[in-house]
Write a protein that binds this ligand. Sequence first.
Ligand SMILES: Nc1ncc2cc(-c3cccc4ccccc34)c(N3CC[C@@H](N)C3)nc2n1
Ligand SMILES: [Ca+2]
Length: 450
Amino acid sequence: MRYFNKILIANRGEIAIRVMRGCRELGIETVAVYSEPDKNSLHVKYADEAYLAGEAHPSKSYLNKEKIISIAKKCGAEAIHPGYGFLAENSEFARLCDEEGIVFIGPSYKTIEKMGSKLGSKHMVSSAGVPVLPYTTDGVRSLDEAKKISSEIGYPVIVKASAGGGGIGMQIVEDESGLEEAIEKGMRIAKSAFGDETVFIEKYLVKPRHIELQVLCDQQGNRVHLYDRECSIQRRHQKLVEEAPCPIMTDELREKMAESALKVAEVSGYYNAGTVEFLYSNGEYYFMEMNTRLQVEHTVTEMVTGIDLVKQQIRVASGEDLAISQDDIKLHGHAIECRINAEDPLNNFSADPGKIVRYRSPGGPGIRVDSGIHMGYTIPPMYDSMISKLCSWGFDREESINRMRRAIYEYVILGVKTTLPLHHAIMNNSQFIEGKTHTHFLTEEHVKKN
Ligand SMILES: Nc1ncc2cc(-c3cccc4ccccc34)c(N3CC[C@@H](N)C3)nc2n1
Ligand SMILES: [Ca+2]
């Protein structure tokens, strides 16, 4: 079954190739869009057709909604897959696609808009009984009110941007004396980063774990979950290592979190693939936000369930019923993903673009490499520094760690500095091996000592 004749992939790098692979397996023609510096990149070579979207700066190319839609219309693409980042969670782009009669492969623009507000989505899910941390339901409107609510919540508290993402603008407040400045700073950053200064306050959890549930819904109200992922090893809110399933998950906790995730999908009228993010601490979990896109780390979920999320996205976007029921989805083994970034971990992770002069990717049992690079490729400086995702699957967590160690040893990328040495250290770190990861794992000295 083809679902569509032609799909335009409005992205670049590894995720553009990943989506094109799903299309190719379904016999669907692929259209790439590219910026000037990307004209010789792999995703352009891989596609059946390719069109120049514009200059290097994303606003002129990968974020140029009108240009992308006009290319889709000109080449007869019936649908657009946005990947992640760029326009993936841009409700205006999804609305424009609807208006032009082009299928946006993702949820409705109304759902994207609803879940884009941290405050709005908290209200919606908490009234449906999904656990959330105590928070200022109407955002912060006055300092006095904020002081009153923060003392009720109990310090430490955290100030967050409602329209925000990726932890931008977050301010931790240890006691009331720091509240006013934190609110002012949070509002200023929220205004400049998201054009919306709304901030809210919630209870701050010290060293929580980041556990997220993958959901997949069709347009007829059928919804399934594809289990959990743990993404606690982050640096400046950039995930570095993700794994499935979560190492500390119990059957009881999983059942409750999956039920909550499906409830979030239900009340938000969600369809297509989505991820519900929770923070976990001391046996309790709390809804954080819902990501209305296919995520970078969808790979580990695919490896432990055997389900191709991109092909399922395409299927439900065409209006078909879900082809799988909850009983069809079984967890098998354990998978880990290491994000390989062209950054220097010993120089504050500063980006290190440049030409790849030696490249050999690993392989063998249980290894998956999703990358957009090749020998001789020059990594451009103006895009995200992630150049490859190294994934390993094992019968259990221990085997998946051993295979990841082997793959890191085999992986040769010369010409740019990368995070490979950091991943080597993490995969040999006793705390990680015991599954005791939390969100401040990387900030603690022990990783550097290894
Ligand atoms: N109420 C409350 N308490 C502790 C938190 C701690 C973090 C956090 C901060 C730094 C690294 C993290 C890694 C995994 C999961 C969470 C974090 C956090 N976020 C939100 C955005 C995400 N990238 C990090 N929100 C938090 N919220
Ligand atoms: Ca998010």
